[in-house]
Write a protein that binds this ligand. Structure first.
Ligand code: AP5
Length: 213
């Protein structure tokens, strides 16, 4: 199955992607995680990406599309994938369509998770991340031991772009550049809409039920 997770920052894309990836047994590909791994490793891509991410802006389309193209060539993508945070602009979506067409593939569904800006600001200020990809929230989904990942025992950290003024800029970027994708995929008849303010498990269940249909 080939899926895209769409939605504003903090809507719960990463949270749902980790669970869906385990259940559906397809890889979770997050462009944000790829950029953060490069920032951590101090690579030239990381240096470039950091300047955009810290400002709440999008990394340029050509750079982002190239990264996804390389990742898709890996064997684990042959039976499907969950794209988390890509595409994020109309040009990215058009290039992605072309890339998939060349591979003889197409997107089965776009999972659009929505939440109001006020919910997002509250959520992202309480988010805690682990380098293994798990995401926690100090109130909504805390780890069993404070500051430690339940899954791998790693030390949790706060993302640099989860400061309130950067969150507001990320939301502006989302409304301007990413939300037009909802219409783009609606016209293709492949969008499924979900309320990201429901409990995490409820949203997961609703997504799985919709995918079965
Ligand atoms: P990226 O890492 O993709 O960030 P994002 O889209 O801003 O999304 P987030 O990871 O912040 O939120 P999420 O929806 O995954 O929510 P989460 O599950 O963590 O991208 C970072 C940056 O990289 C971008 O700003 C951009 O600069 C660059 N970039 C990435 N892709 C790009 C692209 N394609 N093109 C150009 N640039 C790109 O949940 C958030 C919090 O809420 C957590 O604490 C979680 O525990 C909690 N939570 C989740 N669901 C619920 C729920 N139902 N109820 C209560 N709490 C919940």
């Amino acid at each position: 199955m080939r899926l895209i997770l769409l939605g504003p920052p903090g809507a719960g894309k990463g949270t749902q992607a980790v669970v869906l990836s385990e259940i559906l047994m397809i890889p979770h590909i997050s462009t944000g995680d790829i950029f953060r791994a490069n920032i951590k490793g101090g690579t030239p891509l990381g240096l470039l990406a950091k300047s955009y991410i810290d400002a709440g802006k999008l990394v340029p389309d050509d750079v982002t599309v190239d990264i996804v193209g390389s990742r898709l060539k890996e064997d684990d993508c042959d039976n499907g994938f969950i794209m988390d945070g890509f595409p994020r602009t109309i040009p990215q979506a058009e290039l992605f369509d072309r890339m998939l067409e060349e591979r003889g593939e197409k997107i089965d569904a776009v999972i659009n998770i929505d939440a109001d800006d006020s919910v997002i600001i509250r959520r992202l200020s309480g988010r805690r991340m682990c380098h293994c990809g798990r995401t926690y929230h100090v109130e909504n989904s805390p780890p069993k031991v404070e500051g430690i990942c339940d899954a791998c025992g790693g030390k949790l950290f706060i993302r640099d772009d989860d400061r309130e003024e950067t969150i507001r800029e990320r939301l502006r970027t989302y409304h301007e550049q990413t939300s037009p994708l909802i219409d783009y995929y609606r016209k293709k008849g492949i969008i499924l809409n979900f309320d990201g303010t429901k409990p995490i498990e409820v949203t997961t269940r609703e997504i799985l039920e919709s995918l079965k249909k």
